[in-house]
Design a binder for this molecule. Structure first.
Ligand code: ATP
Length: 587
């Protein structure tokens, strides 16, 4: 298959913002892709060469790409930089330079997908001495053989700027239609993705084994399972009704969610976003290796920082000191942790996700020999609201955020936020909304003391049904001077020329970002607003919902993907609950 064939599809995708058109274009592409290439084509379409959890990124710096272009096109780097200033996108610069180049040589052979992929792979894996030169040589060789449009996408891919705006869910839709000819089995396809976080592997299974294969798709230790999430409610009695009267109530620890994979002696740790965080927690790995008795297992828990002198549990923010690449040994001593396990998803060949929660817990306790630092979550099984409330206050006193209440017979809903797990958190004063997680989609320039940074960020929530981000407020308060200083550094890599295709905004931001960074904010209340697009027209025609007096809480949620932000649906529910509270207090 020639690379040009997929580039033609990218061109069309880039020109549309309609999800239906995008899906159809992808269906066309996947249908004509040879089986043995399907995974590679899926990854390339996402601007990657492996699923994210591999942690292998192309990420060539702009300077390096310019050097490679200079060699391939025989143009000075200064000239390329000048052209970049004019066109604003290095991919377009490559396209322009390639089209200026004289005719292709007589021996020109079209670029194949296979070759492009292999060279990307070599570029990504080159490390150590001389690797910079090797990367430049590989890239310039590829560019020399690329047609103008191919050059555009090669450069965009290697610099990590593919930006086609295709969501994973759109790729799943397209795969289901391309290989099963109907969307009827879309759920089965999605389940495979939820169990693997690997769209390439799902595509390969569909291409080779069709419906039967995808139905039989099982957990593969080593591939992160998308985590099950919880709904939230504020009243114990109502929660009990929802989960079947009697429930498992666990302390809700304020730490980092971890999914531990054990494959014989190897341990891999994945975060809430399925990032490989093994290197950050050598202490947890060691304990997992010695305490998990099964040969192969996937278990889940929460890693929590604690004070070894007082044995108190410490808040999540303390753990952020462990998010680093260097000085891990030192951080490990300074910020020790305890792991509280609460679920088992796979044990020695058996996929437990369809088993009732209580059975999974039993299995967990069976295969782990616990100790002080690697233990189980504190749990009671109860149908008594008073007893549960007491347990809740005990959790708060012990540095937890509240309780997780779980249906005893509930299956593990990978990747879903269902009603089988419900979180009960400390409630706030009636009018003050509880913290929400918002995605930063744009920013406004600062003035005075903030001249060198941004004055306010444009924040959005996730509309899951439409797969878009809707603005909910401008947030400029709550940032410390240190935070403010860091804003450009954090956001500039996500800067884009115009509003992202998946962002809906009535406001014109000074700069726009690819929705990537999630922050936690709190506000005074939710109000109706004509300028924000969250739940536009849902409560009342012509207005959306906004947060009044929003403030940053200081929590950067780097552990969350943009799609993990608070959803429009949740905001609508919060708005209705707020109305109810106001009505109750005034009656
Ligand atoms: P979410 O993860 O639901 O999107 P969030 O990151 O804002 O939301 P919370 O609302 O605080 O997190 O609650 C869910 C998280 O609580 C889980 O993802 C997990 O990390 C954590 N947690 C702590 N204790 C438990 C427990 N006993 N069972 C399940 N999850 C727990």
């Amino acid at each position: 298959m020639n690379y040009n064939e997929i580039v033609e599809v990218y061109e069309k995708i880039e020109a549309t913002s309609s999800r239906i058109k995008m899906t159809n274009l992808l269906v066309g592409l996947f249908t004509k892709t040879p089986k043995e290439l399907i995974d590679k084509v899926v990854y390339l379409t996402q601007g990657k060469i492996y699923p994210d959890y591999y942690g292998i990124e192309l990420g060539i710096a702009e300077k390096m790409a310019i050097k490679a272009m200079s060699i391939a096109y025989g143009v000075g780097t200064k000239d390329i930089e000048r052209l970049l200033g004019k066109l604003g996108d290095l991919g377009l610069v490559a396209q322009e330079l390639a089209s200026r180049k004289k005719q292709m040589s007589l021996f020109y052979k079209p670029l194949t997908v296979q070759r492009v992929y292999e060279i990307f792979d070599k570029i990504a894996k080159a490390t150590g001495e001389g690797s910079q030169d090797l990367k430049i040589r590989l890239l310039s060789g590829l560019l020399a053989d690329a047609k103008p449009k191919e050059a555009k996408y090669i450069i965009r891919t290697v610099t990590g700027n593919m930006r086609l705006g295709i969501a994973d869910m759109t790729i799943l839709d397209a795969l289901a239609i391309a290989f099963l000819k109907t969307k009827k089995y879309r759920d089965v396809v999605e389940r495979a993705y939820n169990l693997s976080n690997d769209l390439g592997d799902v595509a390969r299974t569909l291409a080779y084994e069709g419906l039967e294969g995808i139905k039989k798709y099982k957990i593969k230790p080593g591939k992160p399972i998308r985590m099950m999430l919880a709904q939230r409610m504020e009243n114990v009695r109502e929660i009990l009704l929802k989960v079947g009267g009697k429930a498992a109530c666990e302390w809700k620890y304020d730490g980092e969610r971890v999914q531990i994979h054990k494959i014989n002696d190897e341990i891999i740790l994945y975060s809430r976003r399925a990032e490989n965080i093994t290197e950050q927690y050598p202490d947890v790995c060691e304990l997992a290796k010695t305490s998990i008795k099964a040969e192969e297992a996937v278990v889940e828990g929460e890693i929590v920082a604690y004070n070894p002198e007082t044995l108190e549990l410490l808040p999540f923010q303390e753990l952020m000191h462990r998010r680093r690449k260097y000085g891990i040994e030192e951080a490990m001593k300074k910020y020790p942790v305890i792991t509280f396990l609460f679920d088992a998803l796979y044990v020695d060949g058996e996929d437990l996700t369809q088993k009732p929660f209580i059975e999974r817990r039993r299995k967990l306790e069976e295969i782990v020999s616990k100790n002080d630092k690697f233990t189980f979550s504190n749990m009671i099984i109860s149908d008594n609201p008073e007893e549960i409330e007491k347990f809740f206050y005990e959790a708060l006193e012990n540095g937890c955020e509240g309780l997780m209440i779980k249906a005893l017979d509930g299956v593990y809903q990978a990747g879903a936020r269902g009603w089988l797990w419900i979180k009960l958190k400390k409630s706030y004063e009636s009018k003050i909304i509880e913290p929400i997680d918002v995605v930063v989609v744009g920013a406004f320039f600062g003035k005075g003391r903030r001249a060198k940074t941004y004055g306010a960020l444009l924040a959005a929530v996730y509309n899951k049904e439409k797969d878009i981000f809707e603005t909910i407020c401008k947030v400029g308060s709550g940032f410390t001077d240190k935070d403010l200083e860091k804003l450009p550094e954090i956001f500039d890599k996500y800067r884009i020329k115009k509003r992202h295709a998946r962002v809906v905004s009535e406001l014109e931001a000074d700069v726009w970002f690819t929705p990537s960074v999630v922050i936690e904010i709190i506000g005074d209340e939710l109000t109706l607003s004509p300028v924000h697009t969250c739940a536009y027209g849902v409560i009342r025609e012509g207005v959306g919902i906004a947060v009044r007096f929003p403030r940053f809480t200081g929590r950067w949620r780097f552990d969350k993907a943009p799609e993990d932000a608070t959803t429009t649906k949740e905001i609508i529910e919060m708005y209705k609950a707020q109305l109810k509270r106001i009505e109750e207090s005034s009656s």
